[in-house]
Every structure is written in structure tokens, then in C-alpha cells.
Design a protein around this ligand. Structure first.
Ligand code: SAM
Length: 242
């Protein structure tokens, strides 16, 4: 998969060189490129913002550098990317969306700053890409970079070849709509706290039903809103949770 990130803080994306995503980049599974929006300005101060028309607080990102950056990266290419613009007013980012985006060949991320990007950029970009405004959650960040780090990691770890053991992706939180069961490792007893006996039993059937039970209980306690839409749940399960 190819991904391009456009930002005024390329250093913010440095963590994408670490850990599994970094390894996948070095192995050539992911082609991730970070671009400085200021490289598409032409004035001495490399200006990317200006005051808002209509007045009001803060600054707005100017359309020209965005237009040039998108033209340079996307125009005239054989394929059309999905352009993801993080924003608190966007569609909520979910595991289902990450799964869908992980099947794309090419993603472009545009990191907003200040009060956001001039609205005409979205209109222009729609000629070049499938544009999606995506929110990390119902709160406001200073810029899109943190959101892109989170989205890139959630999407890329689902790209085949990025994570060595693909099975570890199957039973995770939000897969099937339930949260993950509690996990334990050695030692079996630590500070007077014991690993549940069932996990030491070697009985795979009992372990599987214990884990399913725990997923239900945890989801009911922490995210009851998920219970009624989860696919990994039966009506008997629903009746049994508190
Ligand atoms: N004035 C904007 C509003 O109220 O919608 C908020 C601008 S915010 C200070 C600056 C940038 O941070 C946004 O353009 C976006 O790129 C990013 N951002 C802020 N909150 C976000 C969120 N919850 N999800 C994704 N991106 C976010």
C-alpha cells in the first residue's frame, strides 16, 4: 500500500519509522511518504495561513499550497487515491473503516492546522480523489498529525504482511463488535494475584467459552452501546449479561 501525508510538521510523523510500521516500510510492504506543505509555497515566509473571511478568531489554511501539493501528488496519476482529511466534524473513525481503508491501494492524508483548511480545497480535491473527512473522536486536537498517526497505525496493521501473526488480529477489541477478553502471562501468581485456573487447564473449549463470557461482561460494563450491534453475540448471550 502507498500512503502520502501532507503536513506543516513532517517531524510529527517520525514515529512511523518505528516498530511494526517502520519494519513494514523497510521491507517494502508499505510505501509511506511525508510531504511538507510549506514546500508548495512561494513567498519568503513560506506562508500557509491567513485571516478568515467574515472575521472571527484564528487563522485558516490557504488554498494555494494545498492545491499545488495535491496537483503534484495526485493529478495525472493512473489511479485515484482516497484523500483522508482529519477533522473533528468528520465521520467517526472506526475499526470497520480501518478494515475498509486497509484494502485501498493508495491513501493520502491531509493534516489541517489552525481553524482548518479553506473549504474550496475539498471541492478541488474531489476532482482528484475520493475525499473523506474523518474524526478521531468527539474532542478537538491542535492539528491533524496525531489523528493521522492513529489512523495510519490502525489501518496499516491490517494490511497483509505488516503484522507477522495475522491471527492476533482476529479476536481483538471491536472485531465482531465486542471488546477483547482479559489477557495474562507468566508468572501464574504475582503479588498474591493468580491467573484464572481455566487458562492453565489446557482445555481449549473451556478457555474459548471463558473468553467469550469475559468479552461479553467487559463490553456490558464498559461499552454497553456495542452489545446490540455486535455480530459475535447471540440472543442467549444478550439475556445473560447483567
Ligand atoms: N475549528 C475546527 C473545528 O471546530 O472543527 C477545529 C480545528 S483544529 C484546532 C485543527 C485541526 O486539528 C483540524 O483541521 C484537524 O485537522 C485536526 N483535528 C482536531 N480535532 C480532530 C479530531 N477530533 N479528529 C481529527 N482531526 C482533528
Amino acid at each position: 500500500m502507498r500512503a502520502d501525508v501532507i503536513t506543516i510538521f513532517p517531524e510529527y510523523l517520525a514515529p512511523l519509522d518505528l516498530s511494526l510500521i517502520g519494519q513494514a516500510r523497510r521491507r517494502g510492504v508499505l510505501d509511506l511518504r511525508v510531504h511538507d506543505l510549506r514546500d508548495f509555497t512561494h513567498d519568503r515566509h513560506r506562508t500557509v495561513d491567513d485571516t478568515p473571511y467574515g472575521g472571527g478568531a484564528g487563522m485558516v489554511m490557504k488554498p494555494e499550497p494545498w492545491g499545488e501539493a495535491l496537483d503534484r501528488l495526485v493529478a495525472g496519476q493512473a489511479s485515484r487515491p482516497v484523500l483522508i482529511v482529519p477533522g473533528p466534524g468528520g465521520m467517526p473513525f472506526t475499526q470497520a473503516m480501518a478494515r475498509e481503508l486497509a484494502t485501498e491501494d493508495w491513501l493520502v492524508f491531509g493534516c489541517g492546522r489552525y481553524e482548518g483548511i479553506d473549504e474550496r480545497v475539498y471541492e478541488h480535491a474531489a476532482h482528484l480523489a475520493e475525499v473523506r473527512v474523518v474524526s478521531l473522536g468527539d474532542y478537538v486536537l491542535n492539528g491533524g498529525e496525531v489523528a493521522v498517526l492513529a489512523m495510519v497505525e490502525a489501518i496499516m496493521r491490517l494490511v497483509p504482511g505488516v503484522i507477522g501473526n495475522a491471527e492476533s488480529l482476529v479476536e481483538e477489541s471491536h472485531e465482531g463488535g465486542l471488546l477483547e477478553y482479559p489477557v495474562y502471562t507468566k508468572p501464574a501468581s504475582w503479588r498474591g494475584l493468580d491467573v484464572p485456573d481455566v487458562l492453565l487447564s489446557g482445555d481449549h473449549g473451556r478457555i474459548a467459552s471463558w473468553r467469550h463470557r469475559k468479552r461479553l461482561e467487559r463490553t456490558a460494563a464498559r461499552r454497553p452501546d456495542l452489545l446490540h450491534t455486535a455480530s459475535a453475540i447471540t440472543s442467549a448471550d444478550l439475556e445473560s449479561v447483567p
